[in-house]
Ligand binder design. Structure first.
Ligand code: HEM
Length: 223
């Protein structure tokens, strides 16, 4: 049964929609959390510490965080695998594979594929930058994300990488949220229009909220 659903295109699209919505929920929380940087290092670093102790004493140190990480990894893998398989299926279904490839792929589809690839690369960079510190520009300080964020956005390439990724994220969410709603069958005509508006607002708020941090460091509001 599960195998049949997974093998069908509708099944894969459903997996994409549900995993996408899980990641979207995480992003809304992450974006709001990031905005705490405007309240200074004390509050921002305290928030990062809380992320590790949340649920105590029932949960052990970092258990909740690891639970969230596992859910996110499952969501990312499911999302990327179904996207890749749907793309392959789409290519195979074409009668003339090599002719007018561009014209046959819609603007939205191309944006989603490029956006998805940029975001996948970005997530790897971001984790190596601000979670493990492996590619971090300054001296990475575990437990001091405020200073780490300021270091990242004090380099031109840090700003470029994050700004490009956040713009890709906005476009990806704008179309992705809309597609998910279609797949999950929420739409009739009036609701379609409302959902498009919700998708636009969500994409705009997330992009602006995330971009506020690098912009604040670049302009010296956060230092
Ligand atoms: C300007 C934008 C962003 C900033 C300033 C930012 C900042 C941070 C910081 C400081 C951490 C480390 C938190 C800690 O260890 O306490 C972190 C972790 C993380 N961020 Fe972001 N982030 C941004 C955008 C994003 C985006 C767009 C995504 C996803 C597409 C994302 C996904 C993650 C993930 C998965 C983690 C790891 C959480 C964990 O497992 O510890 N971030 N971010």
């Amino acid at each position: 049964m599960a195998r049949t659903v997974w093998d069908s295109s509708v099944g894969k699209k459903t997996v994409m929609a549900v995993s996408g919505l899980i990641m979207l929920l995480y992003l809304v929380v992450h974006m709001i959390g990031n905005l705490k940087i405007f309240f200074g290092p004390g509050e921002f670093n305290h928030y990062a510490h809380w992320l590790r102790t949340v649920g105590e004493p029932f949960m052990h140190y970092e258990w909740t965080l690891w639970l969230i990480r596992v859910v996110l990894v499952v969501a990312v893998v499911a999302h990327a695998t179904s996207a890749y398989q749907l793309s392959r299926r789409d290519l195979r279904a074409r009668p003339d594979k090599y002719v007018h490839r561009k014209a046959r792929t819609s603007y939205a589809t191309r944006t989603m594929r490029w956006g998805g690839t940029i975001l996948a690369l970005f997530i790897v960079w971001h984790l190596l930058d601000l979670t493990t510190g492996t590619v971090h520009s300054g001296g990475f300080q575990p437990g001091h994300p405020y200073q780490n964020v300021v270091d990242t956005f004090s380099t031109w390439y840090g700003d470029v990488i994050y700004i490009v990724a956040m713009l890709a994220l906005g476009l990806h969410i704008r179309h992705g949220f809309w597609s998910a709603a279609q797949t999950l069958g929420v739409g009739d005509r009036a609701r379609d229009r409302a959902l498009k508006t919700v998708a636009n607002i969500l994409a705009l708020l997330l992009t602006a909220g995330f971009l506020a941090v690098p912009v604040a460091v670049m302009t010296g509001v956060v230092s």
